[in-house]
Design a protein around this ligand. Structure first.
Ligand code: NAP
Length: 294
């Protein structure tokens, strides 16, 4: 895989902190970009036990790592060990990228800029949109903030546990400085105004491998309210939510491009170099090959 590149005394290392990390696609993204751009850099996953997050961040610094990605379940747990946090990541309350600065690591969240770049590439606009968000977890909360920032007019957060959706809506309204988000139980979608069609962002775990074939809402009447369905799940590549959206006449996308762009933006932060679209496409192909999909 790294045929043309020599690992030598100048090689810089970037890593992934998480648990588990064995199924990550990030090495395919970063090692492909490094090779294509002639950067003397390798990317390696590190499985970190629950009680060793502090040691992992300090160890990465001591070992002169250029940067790290952070994945589940440590995106918030690493925050106390960072020297600096980017304002967007601070508002979101989670980082997925650490960049070495002189004094320590600075934390960024490239998931949301990654999602935005993916949506722009898929011609999905946010400005002026009314948006349904399925789920009220960490990612759904960040998505709602992104929507507020990018000019969506309204977000309705539908969640199994309605209290969680209410809490997220309140926080997002504080962030937005306006009444932007509202909460609903999943089954209350029937109360949405008749005739309105929405962009719907699927941010629950439902339908993810190995439980593909499930969707958080099954009823056709819901999907008739959706003009575009954006599932953040990327495995499987075609989720039940996407199938139901398309069956009702909407456009549907998965989370693979979000995964790609969060990685590309992290790579740009580590190296200070811009990744051209053609190279991002190459990383996308490597990622899909690693996942065994077309
Ligand atoms: P999380 O904090 O654990 O939240 C999970 C959400 O799913 C909650 O709203 C939960 O509802 C809901 N949920 C789980 N099981 C459910 C069920 N059986 N029925 C109804 N609702 C259910 O997860 P997260 O970190 O926000 O991640 C959410 C999704 O984003 C995941 O699928 C993940 O793969 C995806 N993601 C994609 C990317 C990418 O690059 N494409 C990056 C990050 C995350 P309750 O509140 O009721 O429990």
């Amino acid at each position: 895989m790294r045929g043309k590149m020599n690992i030598n005394g100048y090689t810089r290392t970037c890593g992934l902190i998480g648990n588990p990390v064995e199924h990550t696609m990030s090495p395919a993204i970063h090692n492909t970009l490094a090779e294509a751009m002639g950067e003397n850099l390798v990317y390696v996953p590190f499985r970190v036990p629950e009680d060793s997050v502090k040691e992992a961040v300090e160890g990465a610094l001591a070992l002169n790592l250029l940067g790290c990605n952070v994945t589940v379940p440590y995106k918030s747990a690493v925050l106390p060990y960072l020297k600096e946090i980017d304002p967007l990541a601070e508002k979101i309350g989670a980082v997925n990228t650490l960049v070495r600065t002189g004094r320590g690591f600075k934390g960024y969240n490239t998931d949301m800029p990654g999602l935005y770049r993916a949506m722009c590439g898929d011609d999905v606009k946010l400005e002026g949109e009314k948006v349904l968000i399925l789920g009220a977890g960490g990612v759904a909360r960040a998505v709602a903030m992104l929507l507020a920032q990018k000019g969506a007019v309204q977000a309705v957060i539908l969640n199994r546990t309605v209290e969680k959706a209410e809490k997220v809506a309140e926080e997002v309204n504080g962030f937005a400085g306006r009444r932007f988000a509202e909460a609903m139980a999943l089954s209350d979608y029937t109360m949405l105004p008749e005739g309105e069609r929405y962009l719907c962002i699927q941010a629950t775990n439902v339908g993810m491998y190995p439980k593909q074939g499930e969707a958080v809402i099954e009823e056709e009447a819901f999907y008739q309210k959706v003009h575009t369905g954006y599932d953040l799940i990327f495995n499987p590549a075609k989720t039940r939510f996407m199938e139901l959206t398309e069956k009702a006449g909407g456009r549907a996308f998965n989370g693979l491009k979000m995964l790609l762009w969060q990685g590309v933006i992290a790579y740009e932060l580590w190296t200070g170099r811009e990744v051209e679209d053609e190279l991002a496409e190459r990383a996308y192909a490597a990622m899909k090959q690693a996942m065994g999909i077309e």
